[in-house]
Design a protein around this ligand. Structure first.
Ligand SMILES: *[C@@H]1O[C@H](CO)[C@@H](O)[C@H](O)[C@H]1NC(C)=O
Ligand SMILES: *[C@@H]1O[C@H](CO)[C@@H](O)[C@H](O)[C@H]1NC(C)=O
Ligand SMILES: *[C@@H]1O[C@H](CO)[C@@H](O)[C@H](O)[C@H]1NC(C)=O
Length: 351
């Protein structure tokens, strides 16, 4: 029962906020705080804060989207991207690969939410891109609609996701206030924001619809759409696994790989400058909550195996009863009536 008690205490300690912000995820990047801190400034950020309330709301949605995906990607790991305030604040103050992932997925989430709102027509400032999309700068390969056969034709049409606007606003809101700084942590942060955005920009898809008599496909209309956000999360998780450690270069305004025989990280890669703690035990300084009480999986060989998740401290096994539908009968007409059965299942939790 101890973990439950601890969680209850932490909840009591957390500052009381109004319900909308109490979602916790806002701690990662709280648009309201960003605006408050920059209220005397001029420029793009101040403009968004003062005059673009619709956009601000989408930015908050984007932060939540990123936080939810982060928790999903890390659910089987010691550090599970919990949005527990103090822990996340500590994670964000450091410069580990976890910090890099959170920054990347937050920038991606903000871009995604804004772009989606543009396509849905719910922002005054933007809409989807109609007709032939403009060529995309800096792309190596452009996905094309399926090659038309002799009897088929395709054309650009419909409503393409206007990712440019989302990318631009995400930059204005998240990056502009750091532009004048060139310390290594800031360089890394901006790099990872960009890596997050590229996970959307470089993975745009082409969707098509057929028009033609009786379902034939003599004319195809195609448009660009974003990948699913799960796909964005998967890609960034891969980048997290392969994240590169960097150090400040001699001139002081760029970075380079820590070890000379490592390839220079590319724009899409997540980078960091500090080693992560092992996240085994609670540590106020690093933001680690420890893994005591976490459920592990005895048949797994991965990060959620009892060995790895519990840091070799061992685990306890308990039986829980789970409700299940059983003895279902079809009743004329048209209902299925089931009984509730309880099945015993063993679960393992870390000591
Ligand atoms: C916001 O809009 C008002 C009225 O359109 C304008 O006077 C003001 O300068 C704008 N504020 C910013 C920060 O751009
Ligand atoms: C994430 O980890 C924390 C700390 O170990 C734990 O309290 C929380 O229940 C975990 N969340 C999930 C969804 O497993
Ligand atoms: C435990 O891990 C195995 C192997 O990876 C997997 O098939 C199973 O679904 C997992 N069980 C739970 C409860 O997550």
């Amino acid at each position: 029962m101890r973990p439950v008690l601890i969680a209850a205490c932490l909840l009591l300690l957390a500052p009381i906020t109004d319900s909308w912000w109490a979602s916790g995820s806002a701690v990662i990047l709280d648009p309201r705080m960003v605006c408050k801190k920059n209220r005397r400034s001029r420029g793009r950020l101040a403009h968004i804060c003062r005059n673009e309330t619709g956009l601000l709301k989408e930015i908050s949605r984007g932060v939540t989207l990123g936080a939810t995906e982060c928790a999903h990607q890390f659910r089987h790991r010691r550090w599970n991207c919990t949005t527990q305030r103090r822990s996340m604040r500590k994670i964000l103050m450091r410069d580990t690969r976890e910090t890099g992932f959170v920054n990347a997925i937050t920038a991606a989430g903000v871009t995604y939410a804004i772009t989606r709102a543009c396509t849905a027509g719910s922002l005054l400032e933007c809409s989807c891109e109609k007709g032939v999309p403009k060529p995309r700068r800096g792309r190596t390969q452009t996905p094309q609609p399926p090659a038309p056969t002799q009897t088929e034709q395709w054309q650009w049409g419909g409503c393409s996701d206007n990712v440019r606007f989302g990318l631009q606003k995400s930059r204005e809101f998240m990056d502009s206030r750091y532009r004048k700084r060139s310390d290594i942590k800031t360089m890394i942060k901006l790099h990872n924001h960009n890596a997050g955005r590229l996970a959307i920009k470089n993975n745009m898809k082409v969707d098509c619809k057929c028009h033609g008599l009786s379902g034939s496909c003599t004319l195809r209309t195609c448009w660009w759409r974003m990948p699913t956000f799960r796909e964005v999360g998967d890609r960034l998780r891969d980048k997290f696994e392969g994240a590169a450690k960097v150090i400040s270069s001699n001139d002081g305004d760029s970075f380079m790989p820590e070890s000379p025989n490592i390839k220079r990280p590319g724009k899409k890669d997540i980078i960091y400058s500090e080693e992560s703690p092992d996240f085994c035990g609670p540590n106020m300084k690093t933001g680690s909550l420890g893994t005591e009480g976490r459920q592990c999986n005895i048949s797994s060989a991965g990060t959620d195996s009892c060995d790895q998740l519990c840091c070799r401290r061992g685990y306890i096994q308990t039986s829980i009863k789970e409700a299940e539908n059983c003895n279902c009968q079809f009743k004329w007409c048209c209902e299925v009536i089931c009984k509730t059965c309880y099945v015993k299942r063993d679960i393992q939790t870390c000591l």
